[in-house]
Design a protein around this ligand. Structure first.
Ligand SMILES: C[S@@+](CC[C@H](N)C(=O)[O-])C[C@H]1O[C@@H](n2cnc3c(N)ncnc32)[C@H](O)[C@@H]1O
Length: 246
């Protein structure tokens, strides 16, 4: 440490040194309001930032969306990414009353969810709503056919959805470490690939309620592990699906 550094350390308070290093005071501008610009994840302004990451993730694994596919609450991603590769599309709901649901069941206990049935499970933004995560991992593993794959996204740095809180609950926001450990317990380390997307610009914009269209690709795409917005995972059940008898 130079003599000048020592003098600065001795006589200039820490807060002033931090301010100086960062290039002066920051201006919160439009964000200096108790009301975010959107309370629906930016959905009223454009594409929610989480969906920008989710669609990129699913696009990059579209080849895995095939055969009998299970998705939660709808089958938009099954149709969009599976297309003609999908032989049967199921929609899971935890409560009765959704006309598009083909299965009413609980991921925590496995009740209502068939065993060894699915080639692909698409689980986007669901795990934050499931209290017993290890139970859900058991159900997912059990429900997959041998060789089947689950494609998961889960929120990390994200607003809490009161819509979900009031219906089934919103209990956790995950990290790459927690999702890796949860999945590896059922699938084994070798069968699990966990990733994440986001950076501090995307995280701040998402929390403020801005939409993906309000940022550039150069602002959305880079990943900074200190600021994960969406956690992604691909886990494959070992084995090979028995051929269907002719
Ligand atoms: C935020 S929504 C996500 C829906 C959809 N997958 C998406 O990407 O928009 C969370 C979903 O989790 C479902 N869910 C909550 N608890 C569940 C449970 N124990 N078993 C199965 N699904 C559950 C709810 O039905 C709800 O549709």
């Amino acid at each position: 440490m130079s003599i000048l550094d020592r003098i600065v350390r001795r006589f200039v308070p820490l807060s002033v040194r931090v301010w100086w290093r960062r290039g002066g005071a920051l201006n919160l501008g439009d964000l200096r309001s108790m009301e975010p610009v959107s309370r629906v994840f930016g959905g009223d302004r454009g594409l929610p930032i989480c969906r920008w990451y989710i669609t990129r993730f699913l696009e990059s694994h579209a080849g895995r969306v095939r055969g009998r596919v299970l998705e939660v609450a709808g089958n938009e991603y099954t149709r969009r990414y599976g297309g003609a590769q999908v032989t049967h599309s199921d929609v899971l709901m935890v409560v009765e009353g959704n006309p598009v649901a083909t299965i009413v069941g609980d991921l925590q206990t496995g009740a209502g969810i068939p065993e060894g049935a699915f080639d692909t499970i698409i689980l986007t933004q669901v795990l934050q709503c499931v209290f017993d995560l290890q139970g859900a991992m058991r159900t997912i593993h059990r429900a997959l056919a041998p060789g089947g794959t689950v494609l998961i996204t889960a929120p990390a740095i994200a607003p809490v959805s009161q819509y979900d809180v009031e219906r089934w609950g919103e209990f956790w926001h995950l990290t790459p470490q927690s999702l890796t450990r949860l999945l590896a317990t059922e699938f084994g380390d070798e069968q699990v690939q966990v990733g994440a997307c986001g950076n501090h610009i995307a995280a701040h914009a998402y929390l403020a309620g801005m939409a993906a269209e309000e940022l550039t690709e150069q602002e959305l795409a880079p990943y900074d592990p200190d600021y994960p917005v969406v956690i992604t995972a691909v886990a494959t059940k070992s084995g090979t699906r028995a051929a269907t008898p002719a």
